[in-house]
Write a protein that binds this ligand. Structure first.
Ligand code: FMN
Length: 144
């Protein structure tokens, strides 16, 4: 059976997009068929494979606009068959550090999804190249 990974991106300035692209390469190396959704639409996302949510936080702890419609759809659906990884990008100088990723985690869990591993919250203050830490983490996840 082929392994599939849908990568769902929430980004304003592009950093999460770079991370998503780097993680896609990790998944391909691990034998996954991948699809990256930069403008995620709930109905277009494969419900049979794994998901990887990769999102930043903007405003006062809010999700990027491009992922908000997708996030709102989650509550209207039963996601009990879904297994998801979560990678958040944020800046620890905000007291709403990575609230976007935390918000997605809660929504997914409330809809019945399983979060496969402890989510990764990347502090861009300490990790100016967030791809590096994300790639190491994801390699560990997919090879463990
Ligand atoms: C206007 C603005 C508001 C932000 N608000 C938050 C926040 O509330 N919490 C947080 O953890 N990071 C916050 N950040 C930091 C971003 O999440 C971080 O820079 C991230 O790398 C941006 O990723 P993106 O380019 O994919 O949007 C904010 C950044 C900006 C520019």
């Amino acid at each position: 059976m082929s392994k599939t990974l849908s990568i769902i991106v929430g980004s304003v300035l592009g950093a999460s997009e770079y991370v998503a692209e780097a993680l896609e390469q990790v998944a391909i190396q691990a034998g996954y068929q991948t699809q990256v959704h930069f403008s995620p639409e709930f109905n277009h996302i494969d419900k049979s494979g794994r998901w990887l949510i990769c999102t930043s936080t903007h405003g006062a702890g809010e999700l990027p606009e491009n992922i908000q419609p997708f996030a709102n759809e989650i509550a209207k659906n039963d996601l009990s068959g879904i297994n998801a990884y979560i990678v958040g990008l944020g800046d620890s100088s905000y007291d709403t550090f990575c609230f976007g990723a935390k918000n997605m985690e809660k929504r997914l869990k409330d809809a019945g999804a399983t979060i496969i591993a402890e989510p990764l919250h990347i502090d861009v203050l300490n990790h100016p190249i967030p791809e590096d830490v994300a790639v190491s983490w994801f390699e560990e996840q997919l090879n463990s």
